[in-house]
Ligand binder design. Structure first.
Ligand SMILES: [Zn+2]
Length: 300
């Protein structure tokens, strides 16, 4: 009996130790999710704002004569657009005169109709208009006015320079520059400390490098990205780092193409350890390699 009790005791002890090992530790209290949207004035300016809705953001500029807004960012969430307008109205009673598209990609330009209903003039690069006329998205406003290489919008004493800097992440990306504030708004073709999206669909890999050099030659100090990055703005160093990443990856994949490793082997073998701390390195590096493989092994 004693032996039985002892063995029972030993069993219970073991079982409790085992269960202590297998039971997951109590989860740390989760950080509250960030609010769905936020509007912030850019430090050091008196009229430039960033409106963020979930993972997208747009710039708007307030002047006494009206507001210049940018990308409506309403893809699959029309409430983002009405929220955007409400947020502008909290800042100023001035009318929204313009909406400028950064490029034609739907996740950035969807849902502009509420701006149109308020009388805003939509502006985009000429090829953005061509794409949107083909795509015919039900909730995308076709641009009223287009930009070829360059145009400056002047409103209420503020200048916003729109420059086409060549093909990159799309064939119609505009850089929006505020000369006085030394700010630019550039969307998707200058991700900050991040590997490019998936297999860089719609891209022109080598001309993209040229467009980064063109942006580096422009006069500005801070960059507002189209997707928030750790609560900070970009710098020219970020542009230089992206250019370095793309040049190094392009050279590595070119070599892999010459060795017959494109596409699948290169996607597995090519690594750029120097950039492994970048956002999406694990998720998208192989996709970026695939893009350069097509380029260097097929010419497209
Ligand atoms: Zn895009």
């Amino acid at each position: 009996m004693l032996r039985f009790l002892l063995s029972l005791f030993a069993y219970l002890l073991l079982a409790s130790a085992a269960s202590a090992q297998t039971q997951p530790a109590a989860p740390a209290p989760a950080a509250p999710p960030p609010p769905a949207f936020a509007t912030a004035k850019v430090d050091g300016t008196d009229n430039v704002y960033i409106f963020r809705y979930q993972g997208h953001q747009a710039m708007f500029v307030v002047t006494p004569d009206g507001v210049i807004a940018t990308d409506p960012i309403g893809y699959l969430r029309p409430q983002a657009v009405t929220t955007y307008i409400d947020e502008i109205k909290k800042v100023t009673p001035a009318p929204i005169k313009y909406v400028v598209y950064s490029h034609h990609h739907y996740d950035h330009i969807a849902g502009g109709k509420p701006f149109k209903d308020l009388g805003a003039i939509f502006v985009a690069h000429k090829r953005a208009k061509e794409h949107l006329e083909q795509l015919r998205y039900a909730d995308a406003v076709i641009p009223d006015e287009t930009v070829d290489d360059k145009r400056t919008l002047t409103l209420g004493g503020t200048e916003l320079e729109l420059s086409y800097v060549g093909r990159n992440h799309s064939d119609n990306s505009l850089v929006m520059r505020l000369p006085k504030q030394k700010l630019i708004f550039a969307v998707d073709f200058i991700p900050i400390e991040s590997v490019n999206f998936r297999n860089m669909p719609d891209s022109w890999p080598i001309e993209w490098e040229d467009s980064l050099k063109t942006v580096l030659a422009m006069d500005w100090e801070r960059l507002i990205p189209g997707h928030p990055y750790k609560g900070r703005l970009g710098t020219k160093d970020d542009v230089r780092n992206l250019l370095g990443f793309m040049q190094e990856l392009s050279a590595e994949v070119k070599q892999a193409a010459e060795q017959g490793k494109c596409t699948d082997t290169a996607m597995k073998e090519v690594k750029l350890d120097k950039y492994q701390t970048w956002l999406s390195y694990g998720q998208y590096l192989a996709g970026n390699i695939e893009r350069y493989c097509f380029w260097w092994s097929r010419g497209y």
